[in-house]
Design a protein around this ligand. Structure first.
Ligand SMILES: *Cc1c(COP(=O)(O)O)cnc(C)c1O
Length: 356
């Protein structure tokens, strides 16, 4: 049976990308050496690195003021990088969920940092608005897509201080005005590749302003200077990320991908709003187009396990909600198709008929 994969991460990748990865494991670019064993100091590898950087620049229209680097350690290690490299006097955070809280925790270990607004009062089901960003902060940190709660900041904020964004789970799902950000980072495994590599898009002039010693490997400048080749980069993960970016470009770029992502999200939210058995958990205006969270409607709570089993029998994978929200979460990242979403919608409709 065909599986419809809605995993929150590592995410589904396009079939073509899996094929390219298999080919390269056998033979990387006709070198007779597997991509798993190729030296990262070869000309062939350097070409892939350059191509990947160039695709990032092209797809997101990254201006010359910014550079993109690739590192290991996960987005979680970036929480620390951000504070080490940018926090001198104080930093402010927007607390929109577990990931945002974890980012803030790391900053608190480095210096003065606090949340200027939080949606914890309603279990992070909305994006706080109407707060003031202090003009004397070193930076303002946001999490643009809250993977666990299914809320998303869908616009590029104007910030009086350098804006730092964790875009792990919505990068390349919508056009972004990179010039408005001092730093954008994220793990590749939610929307642009496999686990094992992070991307960081850095405005070069924000670095070198803190007085502390920054350990070599945790200093963005080390990796900028060496074009992400200071030490062995996560070669295979970068290879697969590059293939994923090529696929995005072939789809018509981020603008075209965005139209598709919106169409998929509207189809699924439309069904959640129509179907008597289900109800969405996030505020409508802040709904994520990547992670769709829903629960059984009041009065139907007892059907939750039955629907889970029903959906599983029909090939749905990974729709169990995160433990802090419960219910269901369908992650409909770029590689998820309209057909996958339609299959889930059909499932919800069939289930409704059974219980009408
Ligand atoms: C998954 C996720 C992270 C953590 O990523 P790791 O690479 O596992 O450390 C951080 N932020 C957001 C928004 C995420 O979705």
């Amino acid at each position: 049976m065909k599986k419809h994969v809605f995993n929150a991460g590592p995410c589904l990748l396009p079939q073509e990308v899996y094929e390219k990865a298999i080919d390269a494991i056998r033979d990387f670019k006709g070198t007779g050496v597997s991509v798993l064993s190729i030296s990262h100091r070869t000309k062939e590898w350097e070409e892939t690195m350059n191509e990947c950087r160039a695709l990032w620049r092209e797809l997101l229209h990254i201006p010359d003021t910014h550079e993109v680097i690739f590192l290991g350690g996960g987005a979680s290690l970036q929480f620390l990088y951000v504070a080490l490299n940018l926090l001198e006097h104080k930093a402010v955070y927007l607390e929109t969920g577990v990931w945002a809280k974890k980012a803030l925790k790391e900053a608190k270990g480095i210096g003065e940092a606090y949340a200027i607004a939080s949606s914890a009062d309603k279990n992070y089901t909305y994006i706080p608005k109407g707060y003031e960003i202090p003009a004397d902060a070193d930076y303002f940190h946001i999490t643009t897509n809250n993977t666990i709660y299914g809320t998303e900041i869908k616009e590029d904020y104007d910030s009086p201080v350098p804006l730092v964004a964790d875009m792990s789970s919505d990068i390349m799902s919508r056009p972004v005005d990179v010039s408005k950000y001092a730093l954008i980072y994220g793990g590749a495994q939610k929307n642009v590749g496999p686990a094992g590599v992070i991307f960081a898009i850095i405005r070069k002039d924000i670095l070198g302003k803190v007085s502390r010693y920054i350990p070599t490997m945790l200093d963005y400048r080390t990796h900028l200077d060496k074009e992400s080749m200071f030490n062995t980069p996560p070669v295979f993960s970068i290879f697969v990320m590059n293939e994923t970016l090529k696929w995005i470009k072939a789809q018509g770029g981020v603008e075209a991908i965005h139209r598709r992502d919106v169409e998929k999200a509207e189809l699924l939210y439309g069904e959640i709003d129509r179907n008597r058995l289900f109800v969405g958990t996030a505020e409508k205006e802040d709904r994520s187009i990547m992670n769709v969270c829903f629960v059984m409607a009041p009065g139907y709570e007892s059907l939750q396990d039955e629907f889970m089993a029903f959906a599983k029998e029909r090939g749905m994978v990974g729709i169990k909600g995160h433990r802090s929200v419960g219910g269901f979460r369908a992650s409909i990242y770029n590689a998820c198709t309209l057909e996958d979403v339609q299959a889930l919608v059909d499932c919800m409709q069939e289930f409704e008929k059974l219980h009408a």
